[in-house]
Unconditional design. Sequence first.
Length: 194
Amino acid sequence: MECFHGKPAACSTTARGTFWFCGETPSCEFFCHDEDCYLFTRAMEACQNSGSNHPICPTHQRLAKLRVVKDKMKENYGRPFFTCSDRHDPCNFWQWGDVYESPRPRCKHGMVCTVRKVKKEGPTQNRLFYCCPQIDSCGFFEWKEIEPRVAKTGFVLFSDPLEYRYKNEDTGEAFTSTNINAKEAYEEFLKKYE
């Protein structure tokens, strides 16, 4: 079992069972129960193959914690997602782990920006933008580019070389590629139609 640093995770056994966690400083916030090793190994592969960076919670400016949908009755069983890693005062940060999202910009304070949505009626209503996460805002503002969220949905049986199935989660558009990296696969797909 490895953490997001790509190094062997530390292990500890307590009355509640055996746990794996990041032993590096600073921590990548990796933590998993021994029973969930298989799910977390697959989840980490999906995150790395999406082409996204490990997200940072804009409220606490710390790496987000990887979690996995464990309910077998849910459609997204085994799918990775990230949440706020703060134990004492968690915020509502949440993001799928297997969907490519470009890294957020940093504000003038050097902090990772928060994403907000325009609420005021008008031509920009519901459009997303980046802003400073601090209460005493530095005034940073930048429109969030509308980019597709691409997720790997499986692979094509008996394909040689192996082809992966992808889906643009915004449009529902599906395509296949031999590229394991979701971002690169989507860029190749777009080039075919230029």
